[in-house]
Design a binder for this molecule. Sequence first.
Ligand SMILES: [Fe+2]
Ligand SMILES: [Fe+2]
Length: 312
Amino acid sequence: MTSQEQDFQALVDSDQRIEPRDWMPEAYRKTLIRQIAQHAHSEIIGMQPEGNWISRAPSLRRKAILMAKVQDEAGHGLYLYAAAETLGADRADLLDMLHNGRQKYSSIFNYPTLTWADMGAIGWLVDGAAIVNQVPLCRCSYGPYARAMVRVCKEESFHQRQGFEILNTLSHGTPAQHDMAQDAVNRWWWPSLMMFGPPDTDSPNSAQSMAWGVKRFSNDDLRQRFVDMTVPQSEALGLTLPDPEVAWNEKRESYDFGEIDFTELFEVIKGNGPCNKARVEHRRRAHNDGAWVREAASAYAAKRRTASETAA
Ligand SMILES: [Fe+2]
Ligand SMILES: [Fe+2]
């Protein structure tokens, strides 16, 4: 180990933050760029399944809340692309890689949103799982990523509560509304559990990420934490989880749950999920439609630069 590497590891081990100007191993920089970019892509692709329901929200109040939520996700994308830029990445390149399929986003967003209850199930389960994944990232060793996560997590907890509230209203509404809520939970439960990634026995990069202070808990530990948090909430909602094996385990002081069928997850990752193609096509179109905004913004910035140089 070189002395630079030793200093770097000492900073990480003493739980201090690595900042953009600090020396860091190339592999650390590359891994973080990939992880932060994938996270940023997930935030902006994640706007689509819910954006789809803004015009069909059942009341003005619901519409206003959903719009605010979807806008928050755009903001999360922005903080994260900015965090990736502090590592020397170029935002335009990252977006290109999203658009040409060289970088991924969370597979959860490749499922369709079939009913209004899906807005509830996504907020409650998908944002709920995101919180469990992201809270430990507030202590990630890379400063800009950790600080972005603090703000993101505050907003995610609002998202989770709005989802819970939608489901709570539906669950205690008419029998048809209750069934719609139950159906949404049935469809989103297993994909949400898969958001924590493959089982620890099959998670090749985890050890390195742990040593770098990027990852703090294993996939299975986080998944268990999510299940333990969610089962009592499902009881409060009066909805059941689509897993007959969910049961309190006195000895482990945790909930047991059934085996996850990861073959489905791997199919969706490979691009064979129900909405993979539509999501990326929509994103590309939105990007092309926004070209004039980017051009105008850079022309304006150039003009201001010239003006301030002339003044100086
Ligand atoms: Fe988000
Ligand atoms: Fe969210």
